[in-house]
Design a protein. Sequence first.
Length: 179
Amino acid sequence: MILTAHQPNYLPNMGFFYKMNQAHIFVVITNLQFEKGEGWQRRHKILGPHGDIWLTVPIKGSKMVNIKDVEIFNGKNWRNRHAQTLRMAYRHTREREFLKQLVSIYEKKWDKLYDLNFTIIKFMKDFLEIPTKLVLDDEVCGRKQKLFINMCKKYGASTFLSGMGAKDYMTEEFILDMK
């Protein structure tokens, strides 16, 4: 069985779903440290009529927390702004039902960033008809390759499909530990 994993990105790109489609099980990991600055866990860039538009989910608190603990700051009307921006940017799409359903996700008040992101990921996975089993895991632990080994053992996978972000962890020792 092939397993792959990723942190819950906000409005993930197609590469995220391509990787998901190559595996039998896709683990969304939430007990990793949150990337507050330049990460993709709370922001995404879309193409608008006049160029790039950044959509950023406002968050509360420190940057020294795990992804599962990141709270959304709902003091701003970010949900309406994101929904309107998506409607405007993609109003001419052939997939009007997709856009309507995606925008409806913003009607709910979200407290945790990973809940919002996981809901969007699940919605897009289902829309794309990706058969891969999707799992949210906030318990698997370890650092670098040990995390991947622990995930594979937990879910009974014999193969780990890595993205480019983990290429430095893929050593001969990692491959031997997988056996």
